[in-house]
Design a protein around this ligand. Structure first.
Ligand code: SF4
Length: 435
C-alpha cells in the first residue's frame, strides 16, 4: 500500500469545480478528500478505479477492447442518424473528440444541457447577458440574489468558497459585508443562510421578473397581477431598492427558473433585469450549472460548431435547433437509430436503439447498452481540462492511475475506425474535420 497526497486537485462533483482539494490515496483508492464537501468526498471515493471492471462488454458479456471499439464504429457508421450524447462528466479533450466523431458519422451531438440549462442559452441568444467570474463575485459582490436554486444541497461550497462567506478584496469582512436574498417556491436549506426569503408562487417567475423590470423603468404594474406571484408591489420595490443600492450585485439562478415552463422566457427576464440594473450599479446574472463538466461540453461545442447543444452535422455543416436536434425530442420522435453515450446510458429513452456506453461505471440494470467500454474517471484517474460554471477552464490533477483508457482515448480509437470506412457523405471525403 502506497500512501500519497495530491494537493490542489479539482473536484468534478458539481459545477463549482473546487480546485483546492487535498486528495489522500492508498495507491488504489481515494481514502480522504480534504476540503471537499460531502458530495465531493463521495464523488472521489465512488470513482476510485475498480480493478474488477472488465475493459468492455458486448451484449453484457466480457469482450476485448478492440472488438468493442470495432462494433461501436460499425454501429455508428451503419446508422442513418446516430446521436452522440454527453452527460457532462468527460474532459474537454474527450468532448472535442466526440464532436469530430459526430461529424465523421454525420450525426447529431447533444448534451445534458438540453435537459437543464438549454433554455438559458436560448435566453442569452435572445436577450444577451451580463456576466462575470466567480473570482469577481468573491472579491466584489455585496448583494446576492439566489433565484430558483438550492446551492446548500446542489453546490454545497458555492456560498462558502465563492459567494456569501469568503473575505474578498472589497468585502474584507466576508458574510458581514454581504446581503443575501433567496427567491424560491419552497423554503429550502439555503433559506437558513439568507437575510430574506421570498416564497414565489410556482410558475410565476416570468411575471415577477417582468414586473421588476417595469418598476425599474418607472412603468405602471397591475397590483392584482403582481399579487398572483406571491409578491406585493411594495416588496418588489423594496427588493429593487436593495439591488440598486448594491455596489456589485449578482443574481444566481437555477433550474427553478431555467427548467420550468417557459424557461427561456424566465431566464430572459432575469437577464434583462440584471442588464437594466446596470443603469444604477454593477449587476450580473449567472446560471448555477451542475454536472462536473457540462459547461465544458457547451464550450467545446461552441468553439467547434458555433452552437452550445443540440447540433446536427447530418448535412456536413452544423445546424442548431432546440426541440428538433435535442435528445428527448429525438427519442420521442424515434428519429435516431444508434447512440453513443458519454456517461450512463441507463435512461430508458435509449432502449430502442443500439447504444454504446463509454464511462467509468458500466450499466448493470435497466437499459443494457449493446457495447459498454470502461474508462478512467475524470479528475480521479484521468487528466485533462474541465470548465467551471463561470466558463473558466480548470486543469485536473488526478491522484490515481488507472489501467483503463480515458474517454478521449476510446473516442479517438472509434473515430480512427470510422475514418477507415467509406465517408458517409461524399463531399466530405478528404476535407479537414471540424475538431
Ligand atoms: S462544491 Fe461541488 S466541486 Fe466543490 S467539493 Fe463540493 S461537489 Fe466538489
Amino acid at each position: 500500500m502506497t500512501l500519497a497526497v495530491v494537493k490542489h486537485a479539482t473536484c468534478t462533483g458539481c459545477g463549482c469545480a473546487c480546485d483546492d482539494i487535498e486528495v489522500h490515496t492508498d495507491g488504489a483508492r481515494v481514502t480522504r478528500a480534504v476540503n471537499a464537501c460531502e458530495l465531493g468526498e463521495t464523488w472521489f471515493r465512488d470513482h476510485s478505479p475498480n480493478p474488477n471492471l472488465p475493459p468492455a462488454l458486448i451484449d453484457s458479456k466480457p469482450a476485448s477492447l478492440a472488438d468493442a471499439v470495432a462494433l461501436a464504429a460499425d454501429l455508428l457508421h451503419a446508422a442513418n442518424l446516430p446521436l452522440i450524447y454527453d452527460h457532462g462528466y468527460s474532459t474537454c479533450e474527450a468532448q472535442r473528440e466526440a464532436v469530430a466523431l459526430a461529424e465523421s458519422v454525420g450525426g447529431i451531438i447533444d448534451s445534458y444541457t438540453s435537459q437543464c440549462h438549454g433554455p438559458s442559452f436560448v435566453a442569452t441568444q435572445l436577450v444577451g447577458k451580463v456576466s462575470c467570474t466567480l473570482g469577481e463575485v468573491k472579491n466584489r459582490a455585496d448583494f446576492l440574489l439566489y433565484w430558483g436554486c438550492n446551492p446548500a444541497e446542489t453546490h454545497p461550497r458555492h456560498t462558502s468558497r465563492y459567494a456569501l462567506h469568503p473575505a474578498g478584496k472589497f468585502t474584507p469582512r466576508g458574510r458581514r459585508d454581504r446581503t443575501m436574498v433567496l427567491v424560491d417556491v419552497e423554503e429550502t436549506a439555503t433559506a437558513k443562510d439568507a437575510d430574506q426569503f421570498f416564497r414565489i408562487r410556482e410558475g410565476t417567475d416570468f411575471e415577477a421578473l417582468s414586473a421588476m423590470v417595469a418598476l425599474l423603468r418607472g412603468q405602471p404594474v397591475d397590483e392584482r397581477r403582481v399579487a398572483e406571484t406571491g409578491f406585493t408591489v411594495a416588496q418588489l420595490r423594496a427588493l429593487l431598492d436593495r439591488m440598486k443600492a448594491a455596489r456589485f450585485g449578482v443574481m444566481f439562478f437555477g433550474l427553478g427558473l431555467a427548467a420550468t415552463r417557459g424557461g427561456h422566457g424566465n431566464v430572459g427576464a432575469a437577464y434583462r433585469l440584471a442588464m437594466e440594473l446596470n443603469a444604477f450599479t454593477k449587476f450580473v446574472a449567472l446560471p448555477m450549472r451542475q454536472h462536473g463538466n457540462l459547461v465544458g461540453s457547451d464550450m467545446v461545442l461552441r468553439w467547434t460548431t458555433g452552437y452550445p447543444f443540440g447540433v446536427s452535422l447530418s448535412r456536413g455543416y452544423p445546424r442548431y435547433n432546440p426541440g428538433e436536434f435535442t435528445t428527448t425530442d429525438l427519442i420521442a420522435r424515434g428519429d435516431i437509430d444508434a447512440a453513443l453515450v458519454l456517461g450512463s446510458s441507463a435512461a430508458p429513452g435509449f432502449a430502442n436503439v443500439p447504444t454504446i456506453e463509454i464511462g467509468p461505471k458500466l450499466t448493470r440494470t435497466g437499459t443494457i447498452p449493446r457495447v459498454q467500454i470502461a474508462t478512467a474517471a475524470t479528475g480521479v484517474s484521468a487528466a485533462g481540462t474541465v470548465c467551471r460554471m463561470d466558463d473558466l477552464p480548470m486543469p485536473l490533477r488526478p491522484a490515481l492511475t488507472s489501467a483503463l483508457p480515458t474517454d478521449e482515448d476510446i473516442l479517438n480509437r472509434v473515430l480512427a475506425e470510422v475514418r477507415k470506412k467509406p465517408a458517409w457523405y461524399p463531399q466530405l471525403k478528404g476535407e479537414a474535420q471540424i475538431a
